[in-house]
Design a protein around this ligand. Structure first.
Ligand SMILES: Nc1ncnc2c1ncn2[C@@H]1O[C@H](COP(=O)(O)OP(=O)(O)OP(=O)(O)O)[C@@H](O)[C@H]1O
Length: 250
C-alpha cells in the first residue's frame, strides 16, 4: 500500500468545492452546559488537520459537529458550497459501524446509495478491496472481522466514496501497532489523492506522523490552531505545553 497514482473519483461521488469549511464562533451546549464554546476555525482543502486535547476536551463533539451529526447551538458552520451537510464527506469512528453483511457488500452499499450502477459498482468494489488488501476477506461477514480488519474496512468503505473530507475520530484508539500503521498508511494514501483529513487522536506520535496542521482543544475551547511543526516545536499556550509534557490530564 502507499500513495499510488491518483485514482479515478467514482462517478457521482464528487461534489466539487465544499471546502473550506468555516466554523464561526460555534458553540454546542446540552441542558445549558457548554461543551464547545466559541470555536472559530477554517478547514482548508488538501490538508491533514489533527485535533488534539485531553480526555473530554470536545474532540469527538467537534468532529461530529463538522460532519453534521450534531448541530451548533450558537455560531455558524459554513460549507463553501452553501449546503447544510454536503454529501462528499465521510466519517470513520473509533468503533467502526458496519452492516451485518459481507465485506464487499459493506463497500458496495454506500456506492449504491449514491446511484452508482451495478457494473461500475462491482468494479469499484473490486478495486477498493484490492488496493486496501481486503480481497481475501471480501465474502466474510464484516462483523466477524478482527478490530483492525474492521477498521481497515471502514476506512476502505469511506475511501471508495472519494470524499472531499474525511473525519476520523480516534481511528486507531483500540488497534495494535501493526494495525495502526496500516490505518495511518491508508490515511496518507487518501490524503495524497486529495482527500482532506481531519482526525482526532490521543497519540502524540501519530499526531506528529500525520499532522500538517494542529487544532488543540481544552475544555471545549480552541486554545491553539496552526501548522503542526510550529505547534510541536513552540506551542504558545501553557495548556498545550502541559499536554505535550503529559501533565494535562483533563
Ligand atoms: N450528549 C452529551 N450530553 C452531555 N455531555 C456530553 C454529551 N456528549 C459529550 N458530552 C461531554 O462533553 C465533553 C466532551 O466530549 P468528547 O467526547 O467530545 O470529548 P473528547 O475530547 O473526544 O474526549 P476523549 O478523548 O475522552 O474521547 C465530555 O465531558 C463529555 O462527557
Amino acid at each position: 500500500m502507499g500513495a499510488g497514482p491518483a485514482r479515478m473519483r467514482p462517478e457521482g461521488a464528487l461534489r466539487a468545492g465544499i471546502l473550506p469549511l468555516r466554523l464561526d464562533g460555534v458553540g454546542y451546549a446540552v441542558a445549558g452546559r457548554a461543551l464547545l464554546s466559541d470555536l472559530t476555525l477554517t478547514l482548508r482543502p488538501g490538508r491533514r488537520l489533527v485535533i488534539l486535547g485531553p480526555n473530554g476536551a470536545g474532540k469527538s463533539l467537534l468532529l461530529r459537529l463538522c460532519h453534521g451529526l450534531i448541530q451548533p447551538t450558537s455560531g455558524r458552520r459554513i460549507w463553501a458550497d452553501g449546503s447544510a451537510r454536503p454529501a462528499s464527506q465521510a466519517m470513520v469512528f473509533q468503533r467502526p459501524v458496519l452492516l451485518r453483511r459481507t465485506v464487499a457488500a459493506n463497500i458496495a452499499f454506500p456506492l449504491a446509495l449514491r446511484g452508482i450502477g451495478r457494473a461500475a459498482r462491482r468494479e469499484q468494489v473490486a478495486r477498493t478491496l484490492e488496493r486496501f488488501g481486503l480481497t481475501a476477506l471480501a465474502h466474510r461477514p464484516a462483523r466477524l472481522l478482527s478490530g483492525g480488519e474492521q477498521q481497515r474496512l471502514a476506512m476502505a468503505r469511506a475511501g471508495a466514496m472519494a470524499p472531499e473530507v474525511l473525519f476520523l475520530d480516534e481511528p486507531c484508539a483500540s488497534l495494535d501497532p501493526a494495525a495502526t500503521r496500516v490505518i495511518e498508511e491508508m490515511i496518507l494514501t487518501l490524503s495524497a489523492e486529495g482527500t482532506t483529513i481531519v482526525a482526532s487522536t490521543h497519540d502524540l506520535g501519530q499526531a506528529r506522523r500525520l499532522a500538517e496542521d494542529v487544532a488543540f482543544l481544552h475544555r471545549g475551547r480552541l486554545v491553539e490552531a496552526g501548522p503542526a511543526a510550529a505547534f510541536f516545536t513552540g506551542c504558545r499556550s501553557p495548556e498545550a505545553r502541559a499536554f505535550l509534557n503529559g501533565d494535562l490530564v483533563w
